[in-house]
Design a protein around this ligand. Structure first.
Ligand code: HEC
Length: 160
């Protein structure tokens, strides 16, 4: 009986782990706001991702993004040791108000050939229902983050 329980537990564990690995390894989405939202909330939920090692947890932020934020990066971004980061990198930033209530989700997604002159980033700003505005190649996002072009347009992480 004990053996049976142990075996069942092991099988369940292996199945769970492979389901997790499959989701993380699912094909990356198109550079499209709905496909990207689906990917980061359902296919490979960003809440399971890690922070940059030099920017963990809820941190104070600046305009235009709001008083507090928390950043999540996918494994592809995390394994990038130098700028530019690898294609397929996704950075999700949760933006909170003064009371630390989640308000807006901003995303950068590195897509090969999408916008070579500005770092090939797909940009999106979502409300909590997943509606994006603006998205794509907004001049605002690119203009401001462009001051960090040498760091692949990324503000909150220094590559060492
Ligand atoms: C006026 C400057 C400015 C504009 C415009 C701007 N950002 Fe940012 N962004 C910042 C700063 C500063 C940070 C650092 C975090 C903070 O202070 O909130 C940041 C951080 C981020 C991050 C976390 C990754 C990183 O670079 O560290 C994302 C994702 C992001 N912004 C997306 C966007 C999107 C999408 C837009 C356009 C809708 C946008 N940003 C427009 C200044 C800007």
């Amino acid at each position: 009986m004990k053996k049976f329980v142990l075996l069942t537990a092991t099988v369940c564990f292996v199945l769970m782990m492979s389901a997790f690995a499959l989701r993380a390894g699912a094909p990356l989405p198109k550079a499209n706001p709905n496909a990207l939202w689906q990917y980061i909330t359902k296919t490979n939920p960003y809440k399971n991702w890690k922070p940059w090692p030099d920017h963990k947890g809820i941190q104070p932020g600046r305009a235009p993004h709001g008083p507090f934020h928390r950043v999540f990066v996918n494994d592809i971004a995390l394994s990038s040791t130098n700028p530019p980061v690898k294609y397929g990198s996704i950075i999700v930033k949760e933006n909170y108000n003064k009371k630390k209530q989640l308000k807006i989700i901003t995303v950068m997604y590195k897509v090969k050939g999408y916008n070579p002159k500005d770092g090939d980033w797909f940009w999106a700003k979502y409300n909590l229902q997943g509606k994006a505005k603006p998205y794509g190649k907004p001049k605002g996002c690119i203009g401001c983050h462009g001051t960090r072009a040498k760091n692949d347009f990324i503000v909150l992480h220094e590559f060492k």
